[in-house]
Design a protein around this ligand. Structure first.
Ligand code: PGA
Length: 247
């Protein structure tokens, strides 16, 4: 089932409530965090609630969705570095409870196998963004719904969109390690966040179109516990905002 909540502050509050609910029910929950600009307001709200003593992440565990190939965790542009700085640090998740993909692993394929074992212990909630081309994590259009964590080539549009985080396009890696679509679908609950008009078409295809590898996010229709939080701009193409859709 996919639940869609549209709005600015309301949607962020809904997402924060969901994360808080998961951690209240299971204080040592494993949370999967996405990087990027989209989830930043959610993480800020969670950090605010943590400061106010409303939620406690001290026993929670954190995993990542993806990582640039070749970047060490202490590289300023690595997702591991961003997650520590923007998410797990502000939320108070202990470093020893964070297990992120190693972009600089000597054998990246082996690192992906290791990460599948980490994730197989169970992800209670996975936070996701959606790309303009419908990607989730670095699963670009054409990715099989059964795909697992692996090394992937990045679409030119994805490198271009992400380049703001890195100094130049030439510095943006051409490959990444990414959870697969099938891996993501094994999380117990999924929270997808979409903000801005640039995501409207992808979100509409993901939620209203057929399940089709051409839009990897459409595979979320196969999951039984997905919450989508979207602002009005990103939700513009959804005819029935707030609708509950069974698949
Ligand atoms: P964004 O990325 O938050 O930078 O828009 C989302 C995504 O591509 O998954």
């Amino acid at each position: 089932m996919i639940r869609v909540v549209v709005g600015a502050d309301d949607a962020i509050a809904t997402g924060a409530n969901l994360v808080a609910e998961v951690v209240a029910a299971r204080p040592d929950a494993t949370l999967g965090f996405a990087t990027g600009a989209t989830p930043a307001p959610l993480y800020a709200e969670l950090a605010r609630r943590r400061q106010a003593g409303l939620v406690d992440f001290s026993r929670a565990h954190a995993v990542a969705l993806d990582e640039y190939l070749g970047l060490a965790p202490d590289h300023a542009d690595s997702y591991a570095h961003q997650l520590h700085r923007e998410v797990t640090g502000p939320l108070g998740i202990a470093r020893e409870h964070c297990d992120f993909l190693r972009g600089d692993a000597p054998d990246p394929d082996e690192e992906c196998v290791r990460y599948e074992r980490v994730l197989a212990r169970g992800v209670d909630l996975q936070v996701l963004g959606i790309g303009r081309n419908g990607h989730i994590a670095f699963n670009e259009p054409g990715t099989d719904v059964a795909s697992r964590t692996r090394v992937v080539q990045l679409a030119p549009s994805t490198r271009q969109a992400n380049r703001g985080l890195l100094s130049t396009l030439a510095d943006t890696p051409e490959a990444a390690l990414s959870q697969g679509v099938g891996t993501i679908l094994e999380a117990r609950r999924i929270l997808l966040i979409a903000r801005g008009a640039a995501k409207a078409e992808a979100l509409e295809r993901a939620l209203r179109g057929p399940v089709d590898p051409a839009c990897p996010a459409s595979a979320l229709q196969l999951h039984d516990d997905v919450t989508v939080i979207a602002d009005e701009e990103a939700a513009a193409g959804l005819a029935q905002a707030g609708a509950i859709r069974s698949t």
